[in-house]
Design a protein around this ligand. Structure first.
Ligand code: G
Ligand code: G
Ligand code: NA
Length: 257
């Protein structure tokens, strides 16, 4: 439980960092989005991945504060990138992850939307990534919170699509803007006809529902081409770039446009 007390100090001691992984538009390979991924640099233990400390942060009720920090930092950085954009080039959007617990507890939607208004940050610069796990607690309250974001112009993106067992039910219940096909389907789509069929069917279904599609785990050029041919809108993965610090992302953007 020592890690828990360290985590309580981490915000004040400036030990968190956001990395950004570029997301490209597959038809012209323009960089149009980035996913914000948190890192904790522990003074003694080194880098601690979010899989280890986010669940702990939820347990000790720190997830709200950490989430607010992520949102502020990411929405600050996305304004910098958009201000540096050349005329006519597409808007860059940042997506921040929100765990189910984070949605269910706290008042973050009010705090976050107020922050955007007060800082005059265009809501279309920001998206929220949620996971299917949320459906397990799909109360009217969750629907209301997600709708508050969407009404204000903040997009909702459904992460890891296809890995849960209630993906379709989710689409019926929640209005979302984007879904992310889980990388487990993308990985084998070139060698496994079933995976390829699933990827193609998800894209077709999403489009019929007016939802755009991001493929995760795009690791090769062949994957990128096949996804583009299947009509997938966006790609994210090591083929394009690994997650990187904000200043590196800024340089990456400038080089690509
Ligand atoms: O970047 P990495 O592979 O280590 O991320 C692992 C997981 O941690 C990702 O699937 C992501 O959903 C989650 N994660 C990363 N950053 C955040 C964050 O700021 N908040 C929450 N709730 N989860 C995050
Ligand atoms: O589930 P979510 O999309 O939040 O997960 C993001 C995580 O996936 C990041 O931690 C990132 O490091 C990892 N990731 C991003 N691109 C790739 C990829 O092309 N291949 C693999 N295996 N992992 C990736
Ligand atoms: Na995510």
């Amino acid at each position: 439980r020592e890690l828990a007390s360290d985590l309580r100090e981490a915000l004040a001691n400036d030990q968190f960092q956001l990395l950004y992984q570029p997301i490209v538009r597959l038809d012209d390979l323009a960089v149009v989005k980035a996913e914000a991924l948190i890192r904790w640099h522990h003074p003694r233990l080194g880098l601690i991945p979010p899989d280890r400390f986010i669940p702990l942060a939820e347990e000790i009720n720190l997830i709200g504060e950490i989430g607010d920090w992520v949102f502020r930092q990411a929405s600050h950085d996305v304004v910098v990138w958009n201000d540096a954009r050349s005329p006519g080039s597409p808007v860059i959007q940042v997506s921040v992850n929100k765990s189910p617990r984070q949605i269910l507890t706290g008042k973050s939607e009010e705090i976050w939307l107020n922050h955007l208004t007060e800082s005059a940050i265009p809501p279309e610069y920001v998206a929220i990534e949620i996971t299917e796990g949320l459906l397990l607690d799909a109360s009217a309250e969750v629907v209301r919170k997600l709708e508050a974001f969407r009404r204000s112009g903040v997009q909702i993106s459904l992460d890891d699509f296809g890995t849960g067992y209630s993906a379709m039910a989710y689409l019926k219940k929640f209005a979302i803007d984007t879904l992310k096909i889980d990388r487990s389907f993308v990985k084998d789509m070139l060698s496994n006809p079933s995976d390829r069929a699933i990827v193609e069917a998800v894209i077709a279904m999403a489009h019929k529902l007016g939802i755009q599609v991001i493929a995760e785990g795009v690791e090769t050029e062949a994957h990128s081409t096949a996804l583009s041919e299947a009509g997938c809108d966006f790609g994210q993965g090591y083929h394009f770039a690994r997650p990187m610090p904000a200043d590196a992302f800024e340089i990456f953007l400038a080089q690509r446009s």
